[in-house]
Design a protein around this ligand. Structure first.
Ligand code: SF4
Ligand code: SF4
Length: 507
């Protein structure tokens, strides 16, 4: 396919990007912190299995928790040192709930385990996927889905097109932009490797037109390859995989399908760069580029080891002058407030924004819906946000489901344009969680009912069996009695016959 045209998707918005705040300086490197806290759950899928215990010495790049099955990812030591403890710690998650983490005390020698680059050209696809399952690489665009799983293909539907997502459409976030400017070669090499593994005929990079330097760097790195760099308009949410596919190819991925079902696979730029580093350099996933921006004194991007306390990142960015202590992880459209600044950097942490009243003024009072339909015009999924709002608000959850609530990607476009300042996405999140909770409790009630029915059936069966046993016993006893009576009647008759005979002899 020649990627000649751009196909504009329905809806979308143009919020202020605020990207230049953090792109004036190159990617910085954070010093090794005094401790690293590594959650066992940093990816979609099963929690990684612990491979170390307190007191163990570990080397940089050593597996400290191993992928548990296919949909899971390993965790590696980001530097050398000693395992201090395995304990529950607060994570960068909207719930603010703690989860199990490995805490490492670095020895500051930063000693690598023996690096083993992989001659990937000599391996077949299965061997390569197996090798990558040890890499700890997950989707670094925010999805954190184990990457090796996305390289498995369905034999009945080969992958024709590999799309590299370089859109980075959320305001404030610039970690991919800076990575492309500085490490375009790694991205292009990683894209070629992914294309080979997938057996894709073509590869296209989709990049928004507000990233001029990054685009130039990619074009230069891709000069001698067949990879196409395609510039798309700056419109939020062009970085959503299905929206980017539409922009580049004009193909609508149906709601019940994945892009793979149509022969298209999508990887983020940072993910393919990580594939390159693992296979060519033997370096597993131990760090990522994080944007620290917003109200901090010196917004910048930093290469941060996983497990680094966020507070260290804030200090590196000149600290927090306004003392709001409100930090958002991700962008302002889809991100969430962090529960603390003492959470660690994880594989999902692409950006942290310090909030301030100037950047994020207090929400205006919520007014009634005026049925203006601006939300519907802005919705990139073609939903009816005002109807979803009404059904969610009035707890008509079945209706909300009928209006495709679960197709909502929570992009926030509807909230952004709503003149009545209604926090629409919050209502959808509430409705989704209510439906999920109700379905779970329905499932639990069904299980309980089935168990009770089974129990009653067992009691009934046992009762019946007991009754049968008693009946048989009783029958046995009656037969014996009858038998005894019969025997005694015969014996009496015999006795009488005997007596008669004796009397006859006497006479
Ligand atoms: S944009 Fe807001 S006010 Fe307008 S229809 Fe949608 S929910 Fe109602
Ligand atoms: S948040 Fe959901 S309903 Fe609102 S614009 Fe995005 S996809 Fe549409």
């Amino acid at each position: 396919m020649q990627f000649k045209n751009i196909f504009k998707f329905h809806g979308g918005v143009h919020p202020n990007g605020n990207k230049s705040l953090s792109t004036s300086l190159p990617i910085g490197r954070l010093p090794i912190p005094k401790k690293l806290v590594l959650p066992l759950r940093q990816h979609v899928g099963r929690v990684a299995k612990l491979k170390v215990k307190p007191g163990d010495q570990v080397l940089k790049g050593q597996i400290i928790a191993e992928a548990d099955g296919n949909v899971s990812a390993s965790i590696h030591a980001p530097t050398s040192g000693k395992v201090l403890k395995i304990s529950e710690e607060i994570l960068p998650h909207p719930s603010g709930l703690p989860d199990f983490c490995i805490t490492i005390e670095p020895d500051f020698k930063d000693t690598w385990i023996e690096k083993k680059p992989i001659s990937w050209k000599k391996l077949d696809r299965t061997e390569l996927i197996e090798a990558l399952s040890q890499s700890g690489i997950v989707g670094l665009g925010g999805a954190v889905f184990p990457t090796h799983m996305k390289l498995r293909i369905n034999q009945s539907q080969p992958i024709n097109t590999l799309v590299i997502n370089a859109a980075e459409c959320e305001p404030f976030i610039t970690c991919d932009d800076m990575l492309m400017r500085e490490r375009a070669d790694e991205i292009i090499q990683g894209a070629l490797i992914a294309q080979t593994i997938l057996g894709a005929k073509e590869c296209v990079v989709g990049i928004e037109n507000n990233k001029i330097e990054a685009c130039e760097a990619l074009k230069k790195a891709a000069q001698k390859t067949a990879i196409e760099i395609k510039v798309v308009p700056t419109v939020y949410p062009s970085g959503d995989a299905k929206r980017l596919i539409y922009l580049l190819m004009g193909i609508e991925v149906p709601k019940e399908k994945r892009s793979m079902d149509l022969g298209i696979q999508v990887f983020n730029v940072a993910t393919v760069a990580a594939i390159y580093r693992y296979l060519e350099l033997g370096e597993p996933s131990i760090s990522r580029v994080v944007t620290i921006t917003g109200a901090v004194k010196a917004p910048q991007n930093y290469e941060a080891l996983f497990g680094t306390p966020l507070s260290e990142l804030i200090i590196a960015a000149g600290g927090s002058p306004n003392k709001t202590k409100k930090f958002i992880m991700g962008g302002p459209m889809m991100g969430f407030d962090l529960p603390s600044i003492h959470v660690p950097v994880t594989k999902a942490m692409n950006c942290v924004i310090e909030s301030s009243p100037e950047l994020f003024p207090a929400p205006k009072p919520v007014m009634p819906c005026i049925r203006c339909a601006r939300c519907a015009d802005a919705c990139p999924v073609n939903l009816q946000p005002q109807e979803l709002y009404w059904f969610s608000k009035s707890s008509q959850l079945e209706k909300a489901k009928d209006y495709n609530l679960f197709d909502c990607i929570e992009c926030g476009c509807c909230t952004y344009v709503c003149p009545s300042n209604i926090p629409l996405v919050q209502f959808y999140r509430y409705a989704k969680s209510e439906i999920i909770a109700q379905e779970k409790s329905k499932e639990a009630a069904n299980t309980a009912r089935e168990r009770n029915e089974f129990r009653l059936a067992r009691i009934e069966r046992e009762k019946k069996e007991r009754a049968e046993r008693h009946a048989q016993k009783a029958l046995g006893a009656n037969e014996k009695q009858a038998d005894d009576e019969k025997k005694s009647t015969i014996a009496a008759a015999m006795e009488r016959v005997k007596q008669n005979q004796q009397e006859n002899i006497k006479t």
